[in-house]
Design a protein around this ligand. Structure first.
Ligand code: IPE
Ligand code: IPE
Ligand code: MG
Length: 230
């Protein structure tokens, strides 16, 4: 069973390019696909869905593209509020969200607050997120904590990460074919199963998700031991 699914939603640009559309059209279609995959995830009993939406490195993109992506955030919050409430979806974020423009932060805070009592699925958007940034931010929080433990072990360190209450992903899917992590969840993915789909994110549908979940179902997860763990 996949309790926590993480996805690198890659390939919006290539999807658009193949269709003679602008990269913006690709991002718009990609954002719309989030709703469909969230609802499919609920169907498959997934409790946590972490989506890599904007990385700390994505700030390097042309200003107009960054601006378009930032403006998709309030559009997403507004159009998804009703379905999130209907489907029991709780919205959260991880990342350096203080770096987002005010209008995006404001829309996110409202949607997070409006959905905070939902319990079916936690939709965790990684925004201005970097795996190394998360670890460095955790170290700084730890150093600033007057109640920090004298000795740090993995569990104690994990409590300073962005979402300490969320279990590590069981499965990480990357769409669009690249075989790399691109700075996603470096700590949390240490023992996740990996699945790379050739399909670009806007075209990644429920059938593709099912393929990934079936693949996960056939894996032996040994966690370094000699026999597979359930
Ligand atoms: C993923 O699609 C969306 C973000 C990184 C924001 P891309 O924009 O990276 O699409 P490709 O990789 O250029 O096709
Ligand atoms: C990873 O995709 C980040 C997100 C999907 C948000 P990128 O397109 O930014 O990654 P690279 O550049 O191929 O490593
Ligand atoms: Mg990309």
């Amino acid at each position: 069973m996949v309790k926590h699914l993480a996805i690198i939603m890659d390939g919006n640009g290539r999807w658009a390019q193949q269709r003679g559309l602008s990269r913006s059209e690709g991002h718009r279609a990609g954002a719309e696909n989030i709703g469909k995959i969230t609802e499919a995830a609920i169907k498959y009993g997934i409790e946590y869905l972490t989506l890599y939406a904007f990385s700390t490195e994505n700030w390097k993109r042309p200003a107009a593209e960054v601006d378009f992506l930032m403006h998709l955030i309030p559009v997403f919050c507004k159009t998804r509020l009703k379905p999130m409430l209907q489907n029991g979806v709780r919205l959260r974020t991880i990342g350096r969200t203080d770096d987002l423009p005010f209008f995006a932060r404001k829309a996110l805070l409202k949607a997070i607050d409006d959905t905070k009592n939902n319990t079916k699925l936690t939709l965790n958007l990684a925004l201005s997120y970097g795996g190394r940034a998360e670890i460095v931010d955790a170290v700084n929080r730890l150093l600033a904590d007057p109640e920090r433990p004298q000795k740090i072990d993995e569990a104690a360190f994990g409590r300073y990460l962005y979402a300490p209450d969320i279990p590590d992903p069981d499965l990480m899917i990357r769409t669009s074919g690249e075989m790399r992590l691109s700075n996603f969840l470096l700590w949390e993915l240490s023992y996740s199963e990996l699945y790379v789909s050739p399909v670009h994110w806007p075209a990644f549908d429920e059938a593709e998700l099912k393929k990934a979940l079936d693949s996960f179902g056939s894996r032996d997860r040994r966690f370094g031991d000699v026999t597979a763990k359930k």
